[in-house]
Design a protein around this ligand. Structure first.
Ligand SMILES: Cc1cc2nc3c(=O)[nH]c(=O)nc-3n(C[C@H](O)[C@H](O)[C@H](O)COP(=O)(O)OP(=O)(O)OC[C@H]3O[C@@H](n4cnc5c(N)ncnc54)[C@H](O)[C@@H]3O)c2cc1C
Length: 406
């Protein structure tokens, strides 16, 4: 590649052009070897971009197949802005459903606050939701065969200018850059931050897709005393439901999923009853617990974190995909700049991302705490007052992110 470029440059600029200097600059990042660990949203998107930029990049995935769990996913406008940079907006819009309004309501259905998504700065791009499978199929289209499945790393040795990685098959390989894109329970983060466990929120949650309670349904977040239920349309017929309950003793986590959902949300308003009456079979209801990373430092010599490995947190702001894609585009843009060396790339990435990522994790944790105020009478008054006064808590956060105040 360098040879052919030399010939072209000589032809175009003649002998007086300093080709050696030009090639030195142009080649700074050209031959670096990159390993991406994890082929979720962040890893797959980064692989797409780096391959398109001509980098030597390997991607490994610990699962033996490329299956996806996760019902559906909501993509606020900043996620769509990043998908545009990946040239994937049209594909996503073809499978997604756009919404125009967000409502927070009490569990009995009484409205606390509503916000239009058509007002600036929220209207920079559409807010949509779609099945998670559909998003992953788009992100992995044309790259699926290049993902090495059933593979994870067991060890990273940082050796000055590079990182030596040992894989689960015993094979060892040198990389200039290792990208940890292996999700909230990141093994890569565990290696480089061994003493920083995840924060647990003692909240049990469930997700599933069901039929729409009514035509023209816009997203509603119903807040109860110790629980919350979201209904978010993903098509003309279907909605994505997310419910959670504060569960310090894990009594609800231990129950069969439908029994738990019926118990927690028994007194909620009619649309929730409709969703519970039409729940899918157990295999299509996903149960989990909420966790957050405790530290959002992204660069450790030749290892960099992106996606949930860097900023995994509760989905209160639905920023998982948006933040992951922002990481991807930021890192890929830096790696595309041939005037930079790798150290500078990583410094720039860390500087560009640190405040926004840290704020998003803190704000997402704060919204979980705000919902949790409902446990006491006074707390409920305070929570409801804040929501009535400032609007839906997620919209408040999205405004800040989209105005790029952080
Ligand atoms: C209940 C819930 C609801 C959510 N709702 C939304 C939402 O509506 N909108 C939104 O934007 N975000 C949402 N999120 C967050 C979103 O799911 C994540 O932010 C997003 O999936 C992060 O992508 P990722 O690629 O970083 O990690 P992941 O999607 O977790 O992908 C990590 C990949 O790495 C692989 N892996 C793991 N360990 C290893 C290893 N050691 N070696 C190799 N591979 C490995 C995994 O198998 C996986 O394929 C939600 C999260 C939860 C828990």
């Amino acid at each position: 590649m360098i040879l052919s470029r030399t010939v072209v440059i000589k032809k175009v600029f003649g002998k007086r052009f300093n080709i050696d200097l030009f090639i030195e600059v142009m080649s700074k990042l050209e031959n670096i070897r990159i390993l991406i660990v994890g082929a979720g949203i962040a890893g797959s998107a980064l692989f797409r971009r780096l391959k398109a930029q001509g980098h030597q990049v390997d991607i490994i995935e610990k699962s033996p197949t490329l299956t996806n769990e996760g019902a559906a996913i909501c993509l606020p406008a900043n996620a769509m802005i990043e998908l545009k940079k990946l040239n994937l907006v049209d594909q996503v819009m073809a499978c997604a459903h756009q919404v125009n309004q967000i409502e927070y309501a009490l569990s009995n259905g009484k409205t606390l606050a509503k916000a239009s998504l058509n007002d600036a700065p929220l209207n920079k791009a559409p807010f949509v939701a779609l099945k998670r499978d559909a998003l992953m199929n788009i992100l992995r289209k044309d790259i699926a065969e290049e993902i090495t499945l059933d593979t994870c790393l067991t060890h990273i040795e940082q050796t000055g200018e590079s990182a030596t990685v040992t894989f689960n098959n015993g094979y060892t390989q040198h990389y200039d850059l290792v990208v940890g894109a292996d999700g909230i329970n990141s093994h890569v983060r565990g290696i480089i931050q061994p003493d920083t466990p995840l924060l647990k929120h003692t909240v049990t949650n469930w997700r599933f897709i069901t039929q729409k309670p009514s035509q023209d349904f816009q997203p509603v977040y119903y807040v109860g005393d110790t629980s919350l239920f979201m209904i978010y349309p993903i098509s003309n017929e279907e909605v994505y439901c997310y419910g959670h309950v504060i569960d310090p003793t894990e009594q609800y986590y231990a129950m069969p999923v439908k029994t738990a959902l019926n118990a927690v949300f028994a007194n909620y308003a009619a649309p929730i009853k409709h969703c519970l009456d039409n729940m899918p079979d157990n295999d299509h209801i996903i149960r989990g617990g909420l966790k957050s990373v405790a530290k959002t430092e992204s660069v450790y010599n030749n290892v960099v974190l992106i996606g949930d490995a860097l900023h995994g947190c509760p989905p209160s702001l639905q920023q998982g995909a948006g933040m992951s894609l922002e990481d991807v585009n930021c890192l890929a843009d830096q790696l595309a700049d041939n005037t930079l060396d790798l150290k500078k790339v990583l410094v720039n990435y860390q500087q560009a991302r640190s405040a926004r990522v840290a704020w998003t994790v803190q704000e997402s944790n704060k919204i979980i705490k705000l919902a949790g105020l409902g446990q006491s009478f006074i707390g409920r008054l305070v929570r409801n007052f804040i929501i009535r006064r400032t609007g839906p808590a997620n919209v408040v956060g999205w405004r800040k992110l989209l105005a790029e105040k952080i």
